[in-house]
Design a protein around this ligand. Structure first.
Ligand code: ATP
Length: 517
């Protein structure tokens, strides 16, 4: 199965099992907007809980807030979004498709990187154990040429963006013979800038209505509340403010399912530090955030860091954490050293003093900020695309093979933690199952299922990622034990009902993951 096929199957699977639906589907949907169904909402909530608790419970110097989506319009002038939150767009005249010029160039660079990887893998096969990768990359003429090509494109691109030279951006596309993925032609329009913020009007009478924006990031709600939180919480630097909330961007090239949406959710934390210490904190958070990802039990190979060559106007260092999605390595989280840009700018635009008095240094300053920003929806896609697996297994009757679709979701994030299945619908088994659920439901999301054969019920739970199923059978009625089946190994073991709570707590609680960070 190719990655493309896998991605298509995953999207269909998400709809079939109630994870994610196209928004307002009965009206044919709304482009790049999606709704979370009954299981998607559970998964999303679990991800948010994992992030929130890792910030708030594990750090005694981080607090959480929940700011409004609407903000005073001056906020977005101060943040630079009114002036600079633009994407450079280019249209292909033949396919009439619109692209982000920067993405076209980055994809082209990725293709060349792919060639380097192929050469290296080929050589590795040839030389076996004696292969010295570093030496090969530094000396192989073909690889050197590819690398040179990448460096030249990158340097030109960074220079063009620095000068906001859109003609040069177009010229890079032309010179590198980048074609439209749909029409295959190089018939490009000019490159234009497009502001990504959604506007709306506030006020009941349209004439005196004020234009306001739907926030394109949650961070600004934290910056404008810096003094409120610092003073009311008597916070001492270094400290952080965390927030989870919706953000809106009128993305032009909205595609790849929930990867790039027009309405999405962010989990952001702004960490305020002494000027001069920001790069040290930046490194700490970079490492800490990767640990958060790996504590979910996902393979390290699927992650990598990407250093920003072109820094945003507010940053003095920036890395993305990228994940290997079915469509390649892409950003899931950004870690940015934002200097004192935002607080200083809000002080200037609002005319208010926004500084912090450091009692240890006996001086006032504008704190510097290290930000970690991860998309909830991209995390959902990460978990689902990482977990979706098709396996060949023996049929239940032992005759021939069957395909098992299983979502290997980290147990603590799974929408349903335990399925309770009576073997038959009589002899007191359903009542026993009901009693077990009554005891466990305060802590764990349990699902009862009595329809079809046990094998088919197991498959249904595999398909939604339920880590454990228990079966109530004849023996249960005699000795209060059940069989518990593990999703990943399909192994079954017998255990007393009285041991279930502890068994589950150890394996499916958010705490079980927090302990791994
Ligand atoms: P990209 O380069 O993919 O457009 P970005 O660099 O603009 O992303 P940030 O502004 O750093 O993204 O936002 C932080 C996080 O918010 C991203 O890492 C991503 O997880 C999430 N995010 C940003 N834009 C979207 C979107 N349109 N849909 C879903 N998630 C998004």
């Amino acid at each position: 199965m190719t990655q493309e096929e896998l991605f298509k199957k995953l999207i269909a699977h998400c709809k079939e099992y109630g994870f994610i639906f196209p928004s307002s589907e009965i009206y044919d949907g709304l482009s790049a907007v999606y709704d979370y169904g009954q299981l998607g909402a559970e998964l999303k909530n679990n991800i948010k809980k994992y992030w929130w608790e890792s910030m708030i419970l594990l750090n005694d110097n981080i607090v959480g807030i929940d700011a409004a989506i609407f903000m005073h319009p001056r906020t977005w002038e101060a943040s630079g979004h009114v002036g600079a939150f633009n994407d450079p767009l280019i249209d292909n005249k033949d396919s009439k498709k619109r692209y982000r010029a920067d993405v076209l160039i980055e994809d082209h660079i990725q293709k060349i990187e792919g060639k380097i990887k192929k050469e290296t893998e080929k050589a590795e096969k040839k030389f076996g154990d004696s292969f010295d990768k570093e030496k090969f990359v530094a000396t192989n003429t073909r690889v050197i040429e590819y690398q040179k090509e990448i460096d030249v494109i990158k340097a030109r691109f960074v220079a063009a963006l620095d000068k906001s030279d859109l003609d040069e951006v177009r010229q890079i596309i032309i010179d590198n013979e980048i074609v439209c993925p749909v029409s295959g032609t190089r018939n490009w329009t000019e490159v234009r800038q497009f502001n990504l913020m959604f506007e709306t009007k506030m006020g009941s009478v349209s004439e005196d209505a004020n234009t306001i924006y739907l926030r394109p990031e949650t961070a600004q709600g934290i910056f404008v509340n810096f003094l409120n939180v610092q003073k009311s919480g008597r916070m001492k630097i270094p400290f952080g403010i965390a927030q989870i909330g919706k953000a809106f961007r009128n993305e032009i090239v909205a595609r790849q399912f929930i990867f790039r949406m027009r309405e999405f959710e962010q989990m952001e934390m702004q960490f305020f530090v002494r000027p001069g210490s920001e790069l040290e904190w930046f490194e700490k958070w970079r490492e800490k955030r990767l640990r958060w990802h790996l504590a979910m039990g996902i393979n390290n190979d699927k992650y990598r860091f990407h250093k920003h060559d072109k820094l945003a106007h507010y940053a003095n260092a920036a890395y993305d954490i990228e994940f290997k999605f079915p469509f390649g390595f892409k950003e899931v989280e950004g870690i940015h050293s934002r200097t004192d840009f935002d607080l200083s700018s809000h002080a200037k635009f609002s005319g208010k003093k926004i500084t912090y008095f450091d009692t240890e240094l006996n001086q006032s300053y504008t704190p510097y900020v290290v930000e970690t920003s991860v998309g909830v929806d991209r995390m959902v896609l990460l978990i689902l695309s990482n977990g979706y697996t098709e396996e060949k297994v023996k049929k239940d009757d032992g005759e021939g093979e069957d395909t098992r679709i299983v979502l290997n979701i980290p147990p603590a994030l799974a929408p349903v933690k335990l399925a309770v299945l009576p073997l038959i619908r009589k002899e007191g088994m359903p009542e026993k199952a009901e009693k077990i659920i009554q005891d466990l439901k305060f802590e764990f999301n349990c699902q009862y299922d009595e329809k079809d054969s046990i094998g088919r019920r197991y498959r249904r739970q595999d398909a939604i990622g339920t880590p454990y199923c228990i079966t109530i059978d004849h023996q249960t009625m005699q000795d209060d034990t059940v069989t518990i089946r593990h999703r990943d190994t399909m192994k079954q073991e017998r255990m007393p009902i009285s041991g279930l709570t502890e068994f589950l707590q150890k394996r499916v609680s958010i705490k079980s993951m927090l302990l791994n960070i």
